[in-house]
Design a protein around this ligand. Structure first.
Ligand code: ADP
Length: 188
């Protein structure tokens, strides 16, 4: 089963992805986590990505698509993946279609986790406080930019996946457990 978890920054994609990894034996491919690992490791990619991420912009499609394409080829992904944070642009969605096609795989479901924007600010401020500001992009100014980028570049994927008949929406204003139950009901 190959799933995309979709939603604005702070919607809870990573939290739900981790639950699905434990519950269903899927592999989580989080583009944000992969980039943060590259930053922590001090690779060329990490050095280039850090500044872009800290200001809330998107890393280029070429870099992201290359990174996901390399990872999705690994043996452990054969049972299915949960994509978290990817795709984020229409070009990335097309690249994903090609990647899956070339492997004879299908996209089973895109789950949108929907959250009110005001709640996102509170969540990101909480996360910044809890992690001691570990993420350079967890602050109000950068979140404003990330949300603008989300509306401009990422939200257009909703009609794209709705047209394909794979889009489902869960209420991310509910508790983590309730959102998780909704996701479980969708995935069956
Ligand atoms: P969030 O969902 O909270 O915004 P992520 O960890 O998914 O956080 O992403 C953090 C940052 O990493 C993004 O703001 C962007 O700069 C970069 N990034 C992550 N995924 C992508 C992607 N698919 N395309 C371009 N940039 C990305």
């Amino acid at each position: 089963m190959n799933i995309i978890l979709f939603g604005a920054p702070g919607a809870g994609k990573g939290t739900q992805a981790k639950r699905l990894v434990t519950g269903r034996g899927l592999v989580q491919l989080s583009s944000g986590d992969m980039l943060r690992s590259a930053i922590a490791a001090g690779t060329d990619l990490g050095l280039r990505a850090k500044e872009i991420m800290d200001r809330g912009d998107l890393v280029s499609d070429d870099i992201i698509v290359g990174m996901i394409a390399a990872r999705i080829d690994d043996d452990d992904c054969a049972n299915g993946v949960i994509l978290d944070g990817f795709p984020r642009t229409v070009a990335q969605a097309h690249a994903l279609d090609e990647m899956l096609d070339s492997k004879g795989l299908a996209l089973d479901c895109v789950i949108e986790i929907k959250v009110d924007e005001a709640a996102l600010f509170a969540r990101i401020e909480n996360r910044a406080a809890e992690t001691g500001g570990a993420r350079g992009d967890d602050n109000v100014d950068t979140l404003r930019k990330r949300l603008a980028v989300y509306h401009e570049n990422t939200a257009p994927l909703l009609p794209y996946y709705a047209d394909k008949g794979v889009l489902k929406t869960v209420d991310g204003m509910n508790s983590i457990d309730e959102a998780a139950s909704q996701i479980d009901r969708i995935l069956g």
